[in-house]
Design a binder for this molecule. Structure first.
Ligand code: HEM
Length: 448
């Protein structure tokens, strides 16, 4: 952009309440979703705030969100905004890979979540759900936040690493994975290489996981068996444009990256879906009837049978509107941007709030009301639980299939009720991925 053009542009309006040194960090930390809504209400489409020295511009409304989601990595970089993932996924993986390799890795990741594997995945998930409910009995009470975290860790490892690995899955694997998760807390977005015990544990865990998964890769390379139908098979077969294969550590990194993308997002959505089913009696009765008609309690759940379940789908979509697992997306501005006459300078961060977008009254009147049949907005970029543009969620179809498989198995057999007063079940916005505040206790009773 020429200096005369830059000089002709205005700057984004600034959000009030900035404190010397920390800027808006404190208010952001208390409840960042609410803070984002205040920024939008006060300043409109563009709102600039200060994250402890990092100037950040919130872009709100479908038009600005579309520009954010469609602008290519060269101008708006995810890599620069998500450097905290590098020591978690490993060197040379996704955001640490050169652009052409990153593109190839993302394509291989997308391939692993495509149709050809989906049939296997739906069988695997149904089997995991069967094993899970086998010990439930006629009635009981469970903390479903915990339960769904475990279930989706099992489905993710089973779909990604295969049956052999899942059967041999040890406590050690769970601990290593949790050590990596702890390495991705908010402070890692400031500096992921600080001297901190959590980061030391993260680094040790990655080395051990690389050895564990490297062992499976070596086993498979030495074996004559060729069809596994899991993501690891696709990752091992994938190549870069020069025909070379991914290294063992790059493959391990893709496994970890896919688990991170899919685990908490799925468990949070499943927990909120079940909670809303227990809460929204009017709609959940319809969903249960639909599922009871489609799936008898002993009928097999297949990819085909999961394809069309309109009432359940509408219900999950409304859950994803009110409780989007990824509340906030971020990018770093690499080149100055002229957004409709406003200059967003290189070096700043830009963000969109999915949580805020889904509560925009222009598109969602009476936004806090749970209504699966509310009219769809007439623009694509108002309802964005899975993002949009070139980096729209690669696991969208997988995630929806998984949700449908879980509830197609649960609802024809059991009814669910809240254990605690309704107001106890709230969005927990303290973590990177949204979930209900725990414990999330529900009572289940076998249907007559
Ligand atoms: C309800 C569940 C899920 C939600 C709401 C969700 C949401 C999202 C969103 C908003 C993005 C865009 C991030 C950005 O633009 O910065 C994204 C990207 C991604 N998601 Fe999901 N996700 C879910 C489940 C999954 C699952 C189950 C998987 C894999 C098994 C997965 C894999 C990915 C991957 C690989 C990307 C990056 C795509 C790319 O960079 O090109 N997601 N997801």
């Amino acid at each position: 952009m020429s200096p005369s053009v830059v000089a002709s542009l205005k700057l984004p309006p600034k959000v009030s309440g900035e404190k010397p040194g920390s800027g808006h960090m404190e208010e952001f930390g208390v409840n960042f979703a609410r803070f984002m809504m205040r920024c939008n209400a006060e300043c409109g489409e563009l709102a600039e705030f200060n994250m402890g020295g990092q100037q950040t511009v919130l872009m709100s409304g479908p038009e600005a969100q579309e520009a954010f989601l469609k602008t290519l990595d060269l101008k708006l970089s995810r890599a620069a905004a998500y450097q905290a993932t590098v020591p978690v996924f490993g060197k040379g993986v996704i955001f640490d890979a050169p652009p052409d390799k990153m593109k190839a890795q993302l394509k291989i990741q997308v391939d692993a979540l495509r149709y050809q594997n989906m049939k296997n995945y739906s069988t695997v998930i149904s089997q995991e759900v069967e094993d899970w409910v086998a010990s439930w009995g006629d009635e009981g009470e469970l903390d479903f936040l915990d339960e769904f975290l475990r279930l989706t860790l099992h489905t993710a490892t089973h779909c990604l690493l295969g049956k052999d690995f899942r059967d041999r899955m040890t406590e050690e694997f769970r601990e290593l994975y949790h050590a990596l998760e702890k390495g991705l807390q908010a402070i890692a977005f400031v500096d992921p290489y600080m001297q901190q015990p959590v980061f030391e544990a993260r680094d040790k865990a990655l080395i051990r996981l690389q050895a564990l998964i490297g062992g499976i890769i070596a086993e498979r390379r030495a074996s004559s068996h060729i069809e596994y139908g899991d993501a690891l098979e696709t990752f091992m077969a994938g190549t870069y444009t020069d025909g070379s294969q991914l290294t063992e550590n790059e493959i391990t990194g893709l496994v970890i990256a896919t688990m991170f993308a899919g685990h908490h997002t799925s468990s949070g959505t499943a927990t909120w879906t079940l909670t809303e089913l227990a809460r929204q009696k009017e709609y959940s009765a319809e969903v249960s009837e639909e599922l009871q008609a489609l799936f008898k309690s002993d009928s097999e759940i297949t990819l085909e049978s999961l394809r069309e379940i309109p009432k359940l789908e509408a219900f999950i979509e409304e859950v994803l509107r009110l409780h989007p697992p990824l509340v906030l997306l971020m990018r770093r501005v690499i080149e100055d941007i002229d957004y409709n006459g406003t200059l967003i300078e290189a070096g700043k961060t830009v963000a969109i709030s999915i949580y805020g977008s889904h509560r925009n009254t222009d598109y969602f009147p009476d936004p806090e009301k749970f209504d699966p049949y509310r009219p769809k907005p007439d623009t694509l970029f108002a309802y964005i639980p899975f993002g949009g543009g070139p980096h729209k969620c690669a696991g969208n179809a997988f995630a929806m299939m998984q949700m449908k498989a879980i509830f197609a198995a649960l609802l024809p057999r059991y009814e669910f009720e809240l254990v605690d007063p309704d107001v106890t079940y709230q969005d927990d916005l303290s973590a990177i991925v949204l979930k209900p505040t725990g414990p999330c206790r529900l009572r289940y009773t076998k249907r007559k």
